[in-house]
Design a binder for this molecule. Structure first.
Ligand code: RP5
Length: 183
């Protein structure tokens, strides 16, 4: 996460920090304070070998940057956008309104906010008909990346194989713990 943090801090304009060639997933967040939550998405994409880019894009503080990001995402080769935000979390929904790409929303629980991320969860999940955002649990950006991997896996049998291996590994881990408890 600290490498990602350093890379994001170096950004002076959007879409610049690429992880791997030709990013297919865009990871965006409303503030650098979201990075502690969104780092798990980046780590998970790296685990699956999925090229991604990271940007800070705020629906409220940088609205024009947000629209530009969303409107150019498809032409820049992105296939999925993961968007995290806390509080009045309008970023995922507004980005979904400005792109035909699938958007996965991550409700963030910012420090010092009174509603523990429920405000962000409802802001992201309660989209009007016609503008879908796939919403994961509060803070679970790893699941956002796994969902993106599954979306991309529809067109990539090697990625689908990796997902199956991940699931099998998870199953074996849980079985191992169960057996350990039983013995
Ligand atoms: C939201 O406001 C961001 O996504 C973040 O979760 C929250 C707080 O932002 P900062 O005040 O920490 O920059 O837009």
């Amino acid at each position: 996460v600290s490498d990602v943090w350093r890379n994001v801090m170096r950004l002076d304009k959007p879409h610049e920090e690429h992880h791997g060639s030709s990013p297919v997933v865009g990871v965006i967040m409303g503030s650098d304070s979201d990075l502690a939550t969104m780092g798990a998405a980046c780590e998970t994409l790296e685990q699956f070998g999925i090229p991604y880019e990271v940007s800070i894009v705020s629906a409220h503080r940088t609205p024009e940057r947000m629209v530009e990001y969303a409107r150019t995402a498809r032409d820049r080769g992105l296939k999925v956008i993961i968007a995290g935000a806390g509080g009045a979390a309008h970023l995922p929904g507004m980005v979904a309104a400005c792109t035909p790409l699938p958007v996965v929303g991550v409700p963030v629980k910012p420090q010092g906010y009174p509603l523990d991320g429920v405000d962000a969860l409802l802001s992201i999940a309660c989209m009007p008909k016609g503008v879908p955002v796939a919403t994961v649990a509060i803070g679970n950006s790893a699941n956002a990346a796994l969902l993106a991997a599954r979306m991309l896996g529809g067109a990539s049998s090697s990625l689908c194989d990796k997902m199956e291996a991940y699931q099998e590994d998870m199953e074996q881990t849980v079985k191992g713990k169960a057996e350990h408890l039983e013995n």
